[in-house]
Design a binder for this molecule. Structure first.
Ligand code: FES
Ligand code: FES
Length: 155
């Protein structure tokens, strides 16, 4: 059954008519063209589809879009502000913390959720925060070091 819903994504309100069974991931990518959020496993295992919902990292492939109404949704498209990359994005770029980049949007958002909650995480905290984000390319070392480096620049 179709329903018109309103989603607050990256500070913008979107009204969209969707089938009630659509996931947030499907609505982001297919209805709204926000393809920065990646579709990997589509079953909650890889973290490629991670977005923030009221600041918390969630796999958007497991969440019905209708249940994201009334929440603040942040996708990778909302990280840069006024053409300036978010410090995490800048650091990933400078430190080569990605190769193919498929996992990167989800990694960035899991890292952001961690730093929202804990601005000064330990290495173990970082490893735990990205435990649900699979990366086939990097071996994780640069990713962990990069997130820690950004955390160290926090006041
Ligand atoms: S696509 Fe959602 S966890 Fe893999
Ligand atoms: S950089 Fe390729 S999957 Fe992580």
């Amino acid at each position: 059954m179709k329903q018109t819903i309103e989603l607050n994504i990256n500070g913008n309100l979107y009204e969209v008519e969707i089938d009630q069974r659509r996931t947030l991931l499907e609505v982001l990518r297919e209805n709204l063209g926000l393809t920065g959020t990646k579709k990997g496993c589509d079953e909650g295992e890889c973290g490629a589809c991670t977005v923030l919902l009221d600041g918390k990292a969630v796999p958007s492939c497991l969440l019905l879009a209708i249940h994201a109404q009334g929440k603040e949704i942040l996708t990778v498209e909302g990280l840069a502000q006024n053409g300036v990359l978010h410090p995490l994005q800048q650091a990933f770029l400078e430190n080569g913390a990605f190769q193919c980049g498929f996992c990167t949007p989800g990694m960035l958002l899991s890292a952001k959720a961690l730093l929202n909650e804990n601005p000064h995480p330990t290495e173990d905290d970082v490893i735990q925060a990205i435990a649900g984000n699979l990366c086939r390319c990097t071996g994780y070392t640069r990713i962990v070091k990069t997130i820690l480096a950004v955390a160290q620049s926090n006041p």
